[in-house]
Design a protein around this ligand. Structure first.
Ligand code: FES
Length: 90
């Protein structure tokens, strides 16, 4: 089995390009997730809610509402806020 002279270089380039796109996908996914609007009534995004929970040590949907207004309109986003609380506080 003889290798062609550029097999190793070709494989290297393929791996670098593949890793670039995997990394790009991860960054874009993370970025778009933080920008996700959680509360449509008050246009509050996930990042704002996460920051409030972490910085103020919030544990309830009501506390998140007091800090960000999220969840204090129609209430439709409260289950999502509860999920975020669970993700952060366990
Ligand atoms: S969508 Fe959040 S209160 Fe209505």
């Amino acid at each position: 089995m003889s290798k062609r002279p550029f097999d190793n270089l070709f494989n290297f380039v393929i791996i670098v390009v593949q890793n670039f796109f995997v990394s790009l996908h991860q960054h874009l996914t993370k970025y778009t997730k933080t920008m996700e609007t959680i509360c449509n009534c008050f246009q509050v995004d996930r990042d704002t809610i996460v920051k409030a929970i972490k910085e103020k040590h919030l544990t309830t949907v009501e506390q998140v509402g007091e800090e960000t207004n999220a969840g204090t309109g129609c209430g439709g986003c409260q289950p999502k806020i509860q999920e975020i609380l669970k993700e952060i506080n366990g």
